[in-house]
Design a protein around this ligand. Structure first.
Ligand SMILES: [Zn+2]
Length: 239
């Protein structure tokens, strides 16, 4: 299977080891957490620049920030060997109940930027796409393996409900959008050619010797046809 890379994911890793980027392996990625920044008007680039400046001041982080123009990865997850990011407090239990692990140890975190001059519809398209791509990369089911931060820490968090509300969408609508994006972006591998080019060309070489050895138009046409069958079977253009 292949996945259509509609958008670029820009790696801009925080300096580590630091509080925000401890440089610990995330292994394996078991689910995704959908966040929003809760900071209307702040772009992906400005959030990542802020995280870099304050990398030793606090541990809260996320893997990816998405706005209407960019998808920036500040903790390696899709553009490098996946590392842990601290994006859900450890002392909640919904993540353990649902997925058997703490989000910080087993989940990717994507932050949606919204508000101010950010075109939310465009930012949302990139957010949905990068979550679909993460599901593809880690073998996750978009309909069951994406949690909203508010589900995991309902006493303290509401994200990403506010930007979804602005779009007129429920969390279930959002999951359906990710599932639809996944379905339309995955393409099956082309079938393997049943014959290697090298073997086909050896056989064509024998056929051409026979072709030259006979003086019979009908026989030559048949050798020509057989050579083209071998070309087709090995994925080569007919002659
Ligand atoms: Zn959050």
């Amino acid at each position: 299977m292949a996945f259509t890379m509609k958008y670029e994911i820009v790696p801009r890793y925080l300096t580590g080891p630091s509080q925000r980027r401890p440089v610990l392996a995330l292994d394996p990625c078991r689910f995704m957490v959908a966040h929003d920044t809760g900071n209307p008007g702040a772009t992906a680039a400005s959030n990542v620049a802020y995280y870099e400046r304050t990398r030793n001041d606090m541990s809260a982080s996320a893997h990816l920030f998405v706005d209407d123009r960019e998808i920036i990865e500040c903790i390696p997850f899709l553009t490098g060997a996946p590392e842990k990011a601290y994006h859900v407090v450890y002392n909640v239990t919904t993540d353990n109940d649902r997925y058997g692990a703490d989000a910080n140890d087993a989940a990717g975190a994507v932050e949606l930027c919204y508000g101010g001059s950010i075109n939310l519809a465009e930012a949302y398209k990139r957010y949905v796409w990068v979550l679909a791509y993460a599901c593809y990369r880690y073998g996750l089911n978009p309909e069951t393996d994406i949690a909203g931060h508010y589900m995991l820490d309902p006493a303290r968090r509401t994200d990403p409900k506010e930007p979804l509300r602005l779009l007129g969408k429920t969390f279930d609508d959002f999951l359906q959008d990710v599932a639809d994006e996944y379905a339309s972006s995955v393409t099956p591998d082309p079938p393997d050619a049943p014959l290697s080019v090298e073997d086909a060309n050896k056989l064509i070489h024998f056929l051409s010797a026979s072709y030259l050895a006979i003086d019979d138009a009908e026989g030559q046409a048949e050798f020509h046809r057989l050579a083209n069958e071998l070309r087709k079977a090995s994925g080569q253009p007919e002659e």
